[in-house]
Design a protein around this ligand. Sequence first.
Ligand SMILES: Nc1ncnc2c1ncn2[C@@H]1O[C@H](COP(=O)(O)OP(=O)(O)OP(=O)(O)O)[C@@H](O)[C@H]1O
Length: 301
Amino acid sequence: MSATVALHDVAKSYRAVRALRGVSFELAPGRISALVGHNGAGKTTLIKLMLGLIQPDRGTIRVLGEDPAAGAFAGRRALGFLPENVAFNAALTGKETLAFYARLKGINPRDGAALLDRVGLGEASRRRVGTYSKGMRQRLGLAQALLGWPRVLLLDEPTTGLDPALRQSFYDILDELRRDGATVLISSHALHELEDRAEQVLIMNQGSLVADGTLAELRALSRLPIRMTLKLAEHVARPDWIPNHAALRGGACEVDIIDPSDKMRLLRKAAADPAVQDIVVTEPTLDELYAHFLRAQEQAA
Ligand SMILES: Nc1ncnc2c1ncn2[C@@H]1O[C@H](COP(=O)(O)OP(=O)(O)OP(=O)(O)O)[C@@H](O)[C@H]1O
């Protein structure tokens, strides 16, 4: 599948601040990718470059096959963007706001009404934006980003201010876009949210890309242990197939597994042993992987 977004050796400085130090990656259609990193890691700078709002000092950027900073970037209509801080004219209604953005994008303003329904703002569409709650403004921002049902959607901290139900409906919409073949990039600090949703994870640290892959690839690369917790029946001896390094905690054995091939071997033994009453397998979380790759880069520096 060919990339819809491709960055090659992109560097960008703001005077003395080196915001990006030679970043390369590709984003594919039909995939949700997560861009994660500490404050100041360079995430927003990357998004601005992909939108063509700023130019790189070095390297190439292609979005839908074109340079987004070129004056006549034809792909602009197929690009959606939700900025970190959405600011709208408080005097306009939701419907008027969306019609305004639709005209800017050269889209029929009537298409906006359906989007307002889609993000749950149908009933509030005739109210002034100044009366909207933070979550409602965020939903209006999402509707704005979805105008024209974009092929590439860039979202900067999109779920801040959304309650859990809205967050779920927000991800449902993204899933629909993804199934439709859109490229979705979410920059976020909410790692637990992205864990089951992002098929590609890009970890930035101080202007460098320190990891790029699926969660499974990052887990394999990190060699962080998988933890298997085996609940044992009362008054039974610890089975001899349980490795010596396992810790016994409250009637359960915790085994940390580094070599993934050991996982299936131990699972088979555990499943066949009546002394084992329950098995829980915990893989390294995105939080743990993030901390690991940051640590690894800092140690290498
Ligand atoms: N317009 C600017 N002028 C000067 N420095 C800037 C400018 N924009 C960003 N920077 C600096 O570039 C670096 C990267 O900033 P960027 O906004 O891309 O980070 P970020 O990962 O999006 O951070 P956050 O998570 O806080 O939004 C930071 O050191 C920041 O201070």
